[in-house]
Design a protein around this ligand. Structure first.
Ligand code: ASP
Ligand code: MG
Length: 404
């Protein structure tokens, strides 16, 4: 029996009838040598349209109904794509989340996948039929429709690939693959032929938008090789590989940046056990993801505690800090929303020293002030002024010769 490949097509790839026809050709081609399972996004712009429709009656529409509405974009594209395949003489059937029991948690709009009925999908393949599955959607235990968060179709595709033991998950999009950095910031950024899963995890987590972070986490956890490639141009795209090519570890593989960040500093908190937990526990309970976390050395038993969150969570964090005031004593709360993060990622950093100092030198020569530095084994993240972030990315891209 031939092996299974999951092909996922993003919104722009199925953005029009012509595009759906072109995608059907890609699927037809691939189905000659492998068994194909397809996952689709809604047609480009469709999900935004539905989100705006939902806001007609209330700024905060009922969460269950909101998901029931925005999930319909994928229902349309999956059925249309099945029809396009029929017109080319192939057997195909569209499937919604409920038809393949794509079970998720019940946190509407950010539901997490729990389980999917691989048996059902395999049965369809056995009938030489191509299943076209709606991305982004899930169902709760009680059968309510959920969605997985914006960009969630990537995660649907990888989860299905893991369950049906696909040899690879191909994510088709409108760019040629993963680039050394965002080509909108650095026009001569280079497409990477491959990148390690570990590097991709860090890059996605730090703002590289080509693939949803959760999808990479899934791929990493279940050992699914992923390829990101264009449905518009021919090419091999970028392979996100499970194995490291030990010969050729790039010092820096990519640079990611993230605007719309807020930095919170609790100045003069007590340097006593439990402080970090008392601050970050309630923030995490409010479903807010915290990134850079720094606690300084203490002077006279007092220290500074700083962390960053995405701008959309600023209000939530403000009110959490208000709530814990009684419990955590501090002198001042300093909030800065004019910041951004820039991160260098590369597995080669593990074995070679000096990357950080080279980055700091290059930035200082261009008068970019670094507010916070935070490192992991394969990543250096710097918090800088938001207005300087594009310049910083350009300077670092050049310093590490990523265009070569
Ligand atoms: N259609 C959804 C969105 O626009 C999911 C996806 O495209 O991955 O976010
Ligand atoms: Mg997408």
């Amino acid at each position: 029996m031939s092996e299974i490949i999951v092909q996922k097509f993003g919104g722009t790839s199925v953005g029009s009838v012509e595009r759906i026809d072109a995608v059907a050709d890609i699927i037809k081609n691939a189905s000659q040598s492998n068994k194909i399972v397809v996952v689709v996004s809604a047609m480009a712009g469709e999900t935004n349209k539905l989100v705006n429709l939902a806001k007609n009656f209330s700024e905060n529409p009922n969460k269950r109904e909101f998901d029931a509405l925005v999930a319909t974009g994928e229902t349309i594209s999956s059925a249309l794509l099945a029809m396009a395949l029929h017109s080319k003489g192939l057997k195909a059937k569209s499937y919604s989340a409920s038809q393949i029991s794509m079970r998720t948690t019940d946190s509407f709009s950010k539901a997490r996948i729990l389980d999917v009925d691989a048996k059902k999908i395999l049965e369809v393949l056995e009938e030489d039929t191509i299943p076209i599955i709606t991305g982004f959607q899930g169902i709760t235990e009680t059968g309510d429709v959920t969605t997985l968060g914006r960009g969630g179709s990537d995660t649907t595709a990888v989860a299905i690939a893991a369950q049906v033991k696909a040899k690879r998950c191909d994510i088709y999009t409108d760019v040629d693959g993963i680039f050394t950095t965002d080509p909108k910031i650095v026009p001569n950024a280079k497409k990477l032929d491959s990148i390690t899963m570990e590097e991709m995890l860090e890059l996605a987590g730090q703002g590289a938008k080509v693939i949803q972070t959760r999808a990479v986490e899934f791929a990493n956890k279940y050992n699914v090789p992923v390829r990101v490639l264009s449905s518009f141009n021919n090419g091999n795209g970028t392979l996100i590989s499970l194995k490291e090519d030990t010969m050729e570890n790039a010092l820096v593989s990519g640079i990611a940046s993230q605007k719309n960040q807020v930095k919170f500093t609790l100045h003069g908190v007590g340097d006593i056990p439990g402080t970090a937990f008392k601050i970050l526990g309630p923030i995490s309970d409010a479903d807010v993801e915290v990134d850079v976390i720094v606690q300084n050395v203490s002077v006279d038993g007092k220290t500074d505690f700083t962390f960053t969150v995405s701008s959309e969570d600023q209000e939530t964090v403000n009110s959490v800090i208000e709530d814990i005031k009684e419990d955590v004593e501090y002198r001042d709360l300093i909030v800065n929303s004019d910041i951004a993060k820039v991160s260098l990622v590369g597995v080669g950093m593990r074995s070679q020293a000096g990357v950080a100092s080279r980055a700091f030198k290059a930035l200082s020569e261009k008068d970019v002030n670094i507010q916070i530095i935070c490192t992991s084994e394969i990543k250096i993240t710097m918090v800088i002024d938001e207005s300087l972030v594009d310049k910083a990315v350009q300077v670092l891209h050049e310093e590490f010769e990523l265009d070569k």
